[in-house]
Design a protein around this ligand. Structure first.
Ligand code: GLP
Length: 256
């Protein structure tokens, strides 16, 4: 596990985008796993800039997002499909048919979760997966207590996550209680993972994830088992880490 602490949100975003771009340049048909939330927004802005100003070609890339709310259609402005279109896909030269977000409106949700796993396998597996982290240590929507071997499935959201999300919805009743999420096992199958965090509010979760014991109660701790995990945090998010993490260039991720 490589831990990189940077001075600013701009720097962690630029580094994450550079690592993804490096994979895509080395493998133009790379499969990239994407995340939602406020944390990856800077990474997406930087990827858009790399595309527009530095010719990063994303036309052959396939993407799989981590999660989606159950009951929100893709044209709902709080759905993760909407978020991805608005914040990334609409601004780069990716083929929309190659962008995948779990379908929160599927009639047979269980079957659609299986199909999501099958689609990832058919695409050749995820080359690099971007992750955020919840304040309670959740990863995607794998809440505390999630099986560390879990696959894509429906999860009931924790009260803490629902409260965190409340700011995005007008009424408490509108906040989804369930989500489809890639499992921890699905995430761990990715060839490389980048876990990004900024702000002081993530410091505790980052300290346990990096320096604590692996536990299903803090699902993100499983990244300690990943052979190619890079944890990129700004100083406030890294403020509760106790070991020294020297500033050094990020490892080169070689796509297979
Ligand atoms: C949601 C998402 C997670 C994300 C988390 C943190 O729960 N499902 O993938 O990591 O929010 O969001 P933020 O980046 O806004 O702090």
């Amino acid at each position: 596990m490589e831990v990189i602490i940077k001075d600013s949100y701009e720097e962690i975003s630029a580094l994450a985008a550079r690592m993804i771009a490096q994979v895509v340049r080395g493998k133009p048909n790379a499969v990239v796993g994407l995340a939602t939330g406020s944390t990856p927004l800077g990474t997406y802005q930087e990827l858009i800039r790399l595309h527009k100003e530095e010719g990063l070609d994303l036309s052959g890339v396939t993407t799989f997002n981590l999660d989606e709310y159950v009951g929100l259609p893709g044209d709902h402005d709080q759905s993760y499909r909407w978020f991805m279109n608005k914040n990334l896909f609409n601004h780069i030269n990716i083929d929309p048919a190659n962008t995948h977000v779990p379908n929160g409106m599927a009639d047979d949700i269980e079957r659609s979760c299986e199909e999501y796993e099958e689609a990832i396998t058919a695409a050749g597996g995820i080359d690099i997966q971007l992750l955020g982290i919840g304040e309670n240590g959740h990863s995607a929507f794998n809440e505390p207590g999630s099986s560390l071997g879990s696959r894509t499935r429906v999860k009931t959201l924790d009260e803490e996550t629902i409260t965190d999300n409340a700011r995005f919805f007008e009424n408490m009743e509108d906040i989804p209680r369930y989500a489809i999420t890639m499992g921890i096992g699905t995430i761990m199958d990715s060839r490389a993972v980048i876990l990004l965090a900024n702000k002081e509010s993530k410091a505790e979760a980052i300290s346990i994830t990096v320096e604590g014991p692996i536990t299903a109660m803090v699902p993100a701790t499983i990244v300690q088992m990943h052979p190619k995990a890079t944890i990129i945090v700004d100083r406030p998010a890294g403020s509760k880490l106790t070991r020294e993490y020297p500033d050094r260039p990020a490892r080169i991720v070689n796509p297979t």
